[in-house]
Design a protein. Structure first.
Length: 326
């Protein structure tokens, strides 16, 4: 009886271990990508080349759309996606919150693809006139840093305005109702508001911010699947090069995906940066400045060290590691 019971227990343990292994293997065979309504990942998703290349490695791809960078990084943080793209500010807030993420790559600067807007009939003519006004923005998004820098450049403090934290769709509704005095937003929402609402720009990012787009991955995924990430960045870069070479074709492809006219989409496409590259020390330094700014404003609770969360692409056959950027 004891022998029979022991045998059944061993069989049960074997089945359980096999099941756990199968689940882990299944997870490893799916790359879960988070993307936003606009950007190079939208083009990559539509093109389908990533799926073909990763199929050769036995990896499937799933896609999940998010309304903004902070929401996407929350998805990474809770483990619902493995990889995604955001503006330059969301990763700072995510790192401050303890998210186990790594910067993988970045796109060239696109400072004109975000701006502070006021309604067509607004009497406001400069950023300095925002003192005491309500300004809508997505908290922790790339435009959060633009607003901080624009206020600083105009001689104002962040406390001189009343920030109204809203995601893009709600912010636009508040902007149209006149519930806020200004709206800080990025493309393609920016291009749409300029065209459809005749919204006027008080200041875009030119001369103030880089407005990099960053590709990020969870640290466990980056360390366990470096070659998948290598392939992914190669495909992102290739799509970016195609986009630079033929923006008209990109506009034709993206407009129906966004549900926007070709005129609006063409403006957004022109302002975007293309050409994903691995993180450089210069980019780390710029990102560190953003982190320090939000620490000084007490919008994040502690000093961060950006160079501690930079992923270095391994050579073929080697393992991933975190880069040390000076």
């Amino acid at each position: 009886m004891r022998t029979s019971t022991l045998r059944r227990s061993l069989v049960a343990l074997f089945v359980a271990a096999t099941s756990i292994g199968a689940v882990t293997q299944a997870q490893a065979e799916t790359l879960r990508i988070g993307y936003q309504k606009y950007g190079t990942l939208v083009l990559l998703k539509a093109k389908g080349t990533l799926e073909k290349r990763l199929a050769e490695q036995g990896v499937e791809v799933s896609w999940t759309e998010f309304p903004g960078g902070p929401q996407l990084l929350e998805g990474l943080n809770v483990g619902s996606v493995d990889f995604g793209v955001t503006g330059e500010t969301p990763p700072v807030f995510a790192q401050a919150a303890g998210a186990n993420l790594l910067y993988v790559a970045y796109e060239p600067p696109a400072p004109s693809s975000e701006a502070i807007l006021v309604p067509k009939g607004s009497s406001l003519k400069s950023v300095a006139e925002l003192k005491g006004k309500k300004v809508a923005l997505n908290k922790g998004s790339n435009v959060h840093y633009l607003l901080v820098r624009a206020l600083e450049d105009a001689g104002l403090k962040y406390s001189d305005i009343t920030p109204i934290y809203l995601p893009p769709a709600d912010a636009r509704a508040a902007f149209e109702r006149g519930s806020v005095d200004a709206w800080v937003i990025w493309d393609p929402f920016l291009a749409a508001a300029e065209n459809q609402l005749q919204a006027r720009s008080l200041r875009n990012g030119q001369g103030l911010v880089d407005n990099h787009q960053f590709y990020l991955a969870t640290k466990p995924y980056a360390e366990q699947h470096p070659q998948v990430l290598n392939t992914l960045i190669e495909e992102v870069r290739a799509v970016g090069e195609d986009s630079k070479a033929d923006p008209v074709a990109v506009t034709e492809q993206v407009a129906p995906l966004l549900g926007l006219s070709k005129d609006i989409t063409a403006v957004a496409v022109k302002r975007q940066g293309y050409g994903a590259q691995l993180i450089t020390p210069e980019v780390v330094k710029a990102q560190q400045k953003i982190a320090d700014t939000f620490t000084d404003l007490k919008l994040i609770p502690k000093r961060l060290v950006i160079k501690d969360v930079i992923w270095a692409a391994p050579s073929k056959g080697s393992t991933a590691k975190v880069a040390t950027a000076q």
